[in-house]
Design a protein around this ligand. Structure first.
Ligand code: SF4
Length: 443
């Protein structure tokens, strides 16, 4: 239960001593289903394991399952001791059910792909020593494959940065609906389901992915710089009437470089980050978020005093963290503050693995850019256009998931739930839980 770098090296070494095999899977979980208390989080730690009729399975996944309620029922009927902690248990047991029914690995994966609504990039192991990895038919979350040039190791990861750091060569990004197995002869790729409508998460480019990772051979930092250049073209008047750019570290840094290059404005490093406060504010609980951002960012007053400032930010979800920074800038004497936001206005929840899962928590679900500016205390909030964002990724609109900024969800169950809750929300209903865990909008 902590950030990986905080785990002591000797504790990791001790684990290596207990793991004598030649294959392994692991996961750093970011909770988007199940309960959030410590005991539940520990129980939901991945990889999850399950066994039946002598068949064993271990599995870890990145993403989120939307139609968990009917699947929970199916798993309880088929596995008397089935216990649900989070949606990983569903993915694992659904696959085990296929194997238990005598299906081969590819057919069991097909039944998972056909029955789960949501995002799932999966790695797993069978008790027979088969290693496999697959992506949901929309390919919403990333998963890439690589190898050691000496040929002794094959690896999968959500991001290419981890392959780089382990001196592994990236071979390919898994295709939506693809299953990859590994043997001593290398990768075997099988297209289980062909989907003409992929939907890779656009938010990965703006916020979630590391800047030093690559998607389709393009570094994320390059795309973020392009976001900055786009936004200069989209708001020339504001650029003309500003004195400097300042970025919210760190996801605002790369767009700030783009704004600087395209505008010629000076990029002042007037916001400094506390090097030991490492939590990402967006994924913390409400109370912690405020104090974390307050402790994390400090403003160099002399640099902003009396200045018209452009602040580059990756996204505005709730608006509260941006507001803390604007307050600090005002106290430091900034005369005008415009926020350049690279991810367009978030109007709806995510069902696929980013924990923004209700309309109520999104400041953009009910408020325009002008209203948001007032709420957070800025002189203006300038969102990059959806067209600009898509162009910079090198993809086309129909290759990306843009659901949280357009309201068009790539999977049917998510669309139905989002629509049903939206109607209630705008009628004044107060959401009590994540939409996909709410009994009231189950399709
Ligand atoms: S809804 Fe938004 S955050 Fe979620 S997968 Fe789609 S683009 Fe990404």
């Amino acid at each position: 239960m902590d950030l990986v770098p905080k785990i002591k090296t000797n504790a990791i070494q001790e684990w290596f001593g207990r793991l004598p095999g030649s294959m392994g899977i692991g996961n750093v979980r970011y909770t988007t289903s199940g309960k959030c208390d410590d005991a539940s989080l520990i129980q939901g730690t991945q990889p999850v394991t399950a066994s039946a009729n002598g068949i064993k399975l271990a599995l870890s996944f990145n993403g989120n399952i939307v139609n968990t309620l009917p699947l929970k029922k199916e798993m309880t009927e088929n596995f008397p001791d089935f216990l649900y902690n989070c949606d990983s248990d569903i993915v694992c047991h659904k696959m085990l059910l296929g194997l238990k029914q005598g299906k081969d690995l590819a057919s069991a994966v097909r039944s998972v792909m056909e029955s789960l609504d949501g995002a799932f990039s999966v790695t797993g192991l069978t008790g027979d020593g088969d290693f496999f990895a697959f992506k949901d038919p929309h390919g919403i979350k990333p998963l890439c494959a690589g190898h050691d040039p000496a040929g002794a190791t094959y690896a999968f990861s959500s991001e290419t940065a981890s392959l780089d750091m382990n001196s592994l060569v990236r071979d390919f990004e898994l295709k939506p609906g693809e299953l990859v197995t590994v043997s001593q002869d290398g990768f075997k790729r099988t297209q289980i389901i062909k989907n003409p409508h992929p939907a890779f998460c656009a938010f990965e480019y703006a916020y979630f992915a590391r800047p030093d990772s690559r998607f389709d051979d393009k570094y994320v930092y390059e795309i973020r710089e392009e976001f900055g250049r786009n936004i200069v073209k989209e708001y020339p008047e504001i650029v003309k009437n500003s004195d400097m750019i300042l970025s919210v570290p760190e996801t605002g840094d790369d767009p700030a470089m783009g704004v600087h290059e395209a505008s010629g404005l000076r990029w002042e490093r007037a916001s400094r980050r506390h090097r030991y406060v490492t939590e990402r504010a967006f994924i913390l609980l409400n109370m912690e978020r405020f104090s974390t951002i307050d402790r994390k960012i400090n403003i160099l007053g002399p640099k902003v005093n009396g200045k018209r400032v452009i602040v580059t930010e990756d996204s505005i979800v709730r608006g509260d963290t941006t507001k803390v920074i604007i307050d600090k800038l005002r106290k430091s004497g900034a005369k005008k503050i415009y926020v350049f936001v690279t991810f367009p206005r978030i109007i709806g929840p995510c069902f696929y693995g980013i924990d923004m899962s209700t309309y109520g928590q999104l400041v953009g679900s009910k408020h325009s850019a002008e209203e948001i500016a007032k709420i957070i205390g800025a002189d203006g909030v300038c969102y990059q256009s959806i067209e600009g964002l898509v162009r910079a990724t090198g993809q086309t609109q129909d290759q990306l998931c843009l659901a949280c900024i357009t309201g068009k969800y790539p999977t049917p169950c998510a669309q139905k739930m989002a629509d049903a809750m939206k109607t209630r929300f705008f009628d004044g209903y107060e959401e009590k839980t994540r939409i996909y865990e709410s009994d009231e909008v189950q399709p």
